[in-house]
Design a protein around this ligand. Sequence first.
Ligand SMILES: Cc1ncc(COP(=O)(O)O)c(C=O)c1O
Length: 394
Amino acid sequence: MKFAPISDRLTGLGAAKWAVHVEGLRRASLGEPVILLSIGEPDLPPPASVLDKATSSLRAGRTRYAAGQGEPETLLAIADHLTRRSGFRVTPEQVLFTAGTQNGLCTALLTLVQAGDEVLVPDPYYATYEGLVAASGATFVPVPTLPEDNFHVTARAIENAITSRTKVLLLNTPSNPTGAVLSVSEIDAIGDVCERHDLWIICDEVYADMTYDAPFCSPFDRPHLRDRTLAVSSISKSHALPGFRAGWVASHPDVTPRLILVAEAMLFGSQPFIEDALAVALNEKHPEVERLRLAFRERAETLIKSFEGSKAITARMPEGGMFVMLDIRKTKLTGEQFAWQLLKQENVSVMPGESFGNGGAGHIRIALTVDSAILRDACARIRSLAEKLVAAVN
Ligand SMILES: Cc1ncc(COP(=O)(O)O)c(C=O)c1O
């Protein structure tokens, strides 16, 4: 059998990263008391009115083909949402409905880059990014960040990684896995570099509604950067609806028609009743959205307290999102070794930091997707394992 090189390029970029999680799930399915902190699915209920709209719309026959770009009212709802956020007028012509952020990122990358191009990605990065860039044929170029800088990427590090082949900077703020939220001045400094080198910015904003204290800032909201930015997001996290596969790409009006061509080649429209629900999600205020944000913040604080005074683990408060990176370097294990031991000895499933790039080495990523009592229990087990390991080293 002969295949195109795309599946060769993608081989090995997926499943291995999730091996601990898959084993945790397998053990849980056998009835073992595993605490699963390895997947980013919000555990609180989605807004009731969004679910109501999806069902009423489904019953009303909104089950036919949707328009390739998206349904007009949904595009308007997304545009209005971005207008309220940025303070400048975003029009429906600037919006493409996508099957979630992942599909939006894929559409954006396929539209902008190909083999021979380079895509810069701050490291650590979300686990699917390598595959997304590889699918386009472009080269993935990690840009290092440091735990001591709370994993904030600097304009200088980005500039150092630029070559004549660099076409795109793929940003993610708030970040999964690090919880870093880029400030206005950081975005502007990074944007200056992108302007100087004429780079596109793709900004994955799927956690935009989940900042704790630091205000969210997107390059799409900065007047001098918006024309080179493709803002990609969804209601998967903010509204606890990952299964709806409902998101968008917002960009310059001249970019959208190009994105539509690529989107139509892959999917040609979505489910109108889901699009109707997305419009309700964005047009109305839902207490569930704020409840989620507050829950993740409170759990992050609970977690940080659980590691106070630990000589084995450094836990830094994330600035947003639903994850915390724990620095376990003092145990002298890799994140991967620690995660396996934790699962086997303490029945807690977490992601090795290495699954998110070299920048995550010596860390584990905790998803804040269980209530505080369970989280406290999991943290006590993590702390106990780490302290035993450190005692054995010394
Ligand atoms: C940073 C990041 N981007 C994209 C996604 C995928 O989002 P969606 O469900 O909207 O495709 C996730 C999901 O975990 C994520 O963490």
